[in-house]
Design a protein around this ligand. Sequence first.
Ligand code: OAD
Length: 254
Amino acid sequence: MRTEPTPDPAVVDLLRAATKVTVMTGAGMSAESGVPTFRDAQTGLWEEFDAASLATPEAWEDDPEMVWPWYLWRARMVRGVEPNAGHLALAELARHKDVRLVTQNVDDLHERAGSDVLAHLHGSLLAFRCTDCGAPAPEPELPEEPTSRAMPPVCAECGGYVRPGVVWFGESLALEPFEAAERAHEDADIVLVIGTSGVVFPAAALPITSRGLGIPVVEINPDETELSDLVQHAWRTTAAAGLPLLVEAATRPV
Ligand code: OAD
């Protein structure tokens, strides 16, 4: 484990030598943009809100009027923040390396920083679709203030309720992005795992697969996680503090 303010020279060397760089990000990636994580003590969304009442198909079926405004509030929050220095550093890294960016995040901050995202494993807060027929739906008006209850709009095609395009607990991940993410984790020179607690599967299995194949896995996270014991290098820093330093060190001309 490393807590120093500068990246481990061994990690810099690995990244410098790498051609194929797979990056897996979680909620901590966007924390310094002002988007709360899920499980951080005090500030995590699941500290304040009940996942079973807000992030399951059963909750949606039972009470869509309660679930809907919570996602509007989160979508509005994402619309109101900017990519941080970590997002920008990953976009810069892709100018030098074949970066395959896999994210569990449902925000669009990687894209707004200039990155191509290979896979949004857990969907997108900003891609609304019909619950019944799956037709894409336009982004609804996002209220300034959170409301406690609101009716979701209905689908123009079939009249079903429009739902947020995120993956809820108990739902399957979309196959195509997951398979692309798997391939990226099986065929990489290095894997960077940034800002995830590593507790949600199958996403957390991806860097474990990489490690099993002998691919160096580097964790960037201020805290220890479920993945810390199996990664090759752990750097205790934040995404916005650490990534610019690492990318600069690994791409600067020698
Ligand atoms: P978590 O909230 O579980 O974990 C966030 C991680 O980010 C923790 O390990 C923190 O230590 C770390 N962290 C906090 N601030 C950071 C910073 N500035 N820089 C780097 N790391 C930082 O979030 P995820 O692992 O992404 O699922 O959660 C996985 C899934 O669980 C989410 O995609 C979501 C949630 O329920 C769905 O929406 C389906």
